[in-house]
Design a binder for this molecule. Structure first.
Ligand code: NAD
Ligand code: GLY
Length: 363
């Protein structure tokens, strides 16, 4: 087992990474009261909830709420199911919520924990690559609104993150690829050496080699923990973690949540960010080709949906959380391994990227 720490003063917490951790009771020391509410969904619960329950202290009152599965249920209506269960089962302010699932369950559980009785503890037990390398760490929680992705939420840090890499064996192929989009992101924005390592190891990641996956998860969480420790509430460097996300969130909202997976939309969005960075003269043609080759090697889309035009992108991107005083800001690449958040780009170049369509898939 490997351990990392997210250093946030009195709100610091550990990230445990290893095989078979679900059964090891690692979260028990982080549960302060005697009540636990496990939040999961109808896909993940049948696979893993019993293992998790068996690892908890038998003296505790353990309840569960099982949500329908899907990004389309990440909304205020379904958040209410968690509050209903907490109130019906008489959970008090010392309860601990445990999120057992991917990023949807994690984001909703975290937000429920942030709001229930003005804030209770929660623990993340992420079960997808995406949630293990990104969403379970850093305390961003929330739900979608029909007019924008993740628009209703709160910063609320978990007490611990327990990453059992064995659970990835049951993950569908498409979800594996979607998670790799966020892994590639860390290489592109922060660590060119890791980017090179990913280029060499993508075959083994696709084949779910446990050792290679564990290394990729560890380095991803390490970068995320470093960034979050420097800028918890995203007033600076943390925004870089949104490479490809402004384009990607627009794709998700346009297609209807759950049609394109978040990671797939981030894949195409990353390609668009690389394309615009090249138009600005920051990346070379061969840099852009490296980005394209790596995304394709991870089985991710590199072109946006055919039915999305420039106007659709502009409308949806205008509600992005990085818009300040009406000005759109984007995460772009100064070079491979270094990103910036900037509003300083020529709108004509952005228009060229937004209308490039299939050309993004060609060198
Ligand atoms: P997800 O939670 O929808 O999970 C993907 C699918 O895999 C679901 O059908 C789920 O039931 C299934 N699944 C989960 N674990 C499984 C397992 N071990 N075996 C078999 N099936 C399994 O999607 P996701 O990609 O994990 O997360 C996407 C969400 O995360 C989005 O809502 C996105 O906005 C959010 N996100 C949040 C942050 C953050 O910082 N909070 C960062 C990135 C993404
Ligand atoms: N996934 C972006 C962030 O956590 O800030």
């Amino acid at each position: 087992m490997q351990t990392l720490k997210v250093a946030l003063g009195e709100r610091s917490y550990p990230i445990f990474i290893g095989e078979g951790l679900l059964e090891q009771g690692l979260m028990n020391p982080y549960i302060r009261g005697r009540q636990v509410m496990i939040v999961s969904n109808e896909t993940v619960a049948p696979l893993y909830i019993e293992q998790l329950k068996a690892s908890l202290d038998s003296a505790w009152k353990v309840d569960e709420v099982i949500l329908p599965d899907g990004e389309q249920y990440k909304n205020l209506d379904h958040l209410n199911l968690i509050f209903d269960a907490l109130l019906e089962k008489r959970h008090n302010r010392t309860t601990t919520l445990i999120a057992l699932g991917g990023g949807v369950v994690g984001d909703m559980t975290g937000f429920a924990a942030a709001a229930y009785q003005r804030g209770v503890d929660f623990i993340q037990v992420p079960t997808t690559v995406l949630s293990q390398v990104d969403s379970s760490v850093g305390g961003k929680t929330g739900v979608n609104h029909p007019l924008g992705k993740n628009m209703i939420g709160a910063f609320h840090q978990p007490r611990a993150v327990v990453i059992d890499t064995n659970v990835l064996n049951t993950l569908p192929e498409r979800e594996l690829a979607a998670g790799l989009a966020e892994v590639i992101k860390y290489g592109l924005i922060y660590d060119s050496e890791f980017l090179g390592w990913l280029e060499q190891h993508m075959d083994r990641l696709n084949a779910r080699d446990p050792e290679t996956l564990a290394q990729a998860i560890y380095r991803s969480c390490e970068v995320k923990a470093e960034v979050v420790a420097q800028d918890e509430k995203e007033s600076g460097i943390r925004a870089l973690l949104n490479l490809g996300h402004t384009f990607g969130h627009a794709i998700e909202a346009h297609q209807g949540y759950g049609q394109w997976l978040h990671g797939e939309a981030v894949g195409a969005g990353t390609m668009m960010a690389a394309d615009l960075s090249a138009r600005l003269g920051w990346l070379t043609t061969s840099d852009v080709q490296r980005v394209r080759t790596l995304l394709e090697a991870a089985h991710l889309p590199v072109i946006p949906p055919a039915d999305m035009d420039e106007a659709a992108f502009f409308e949806l991107m205008s509600v992005d959380k990085k818009v300040l005083d009406g000005q759109l800001r984007l995460v772009l690449l100064k070079r491979l391994g270094e990103a910036v958040v900037t509003a300083d780009f020529d709108t004509a170049l952005l228009q060229q990227t937004l209308s490039a369509g299939e050309a993004l898939g060609q060198s």
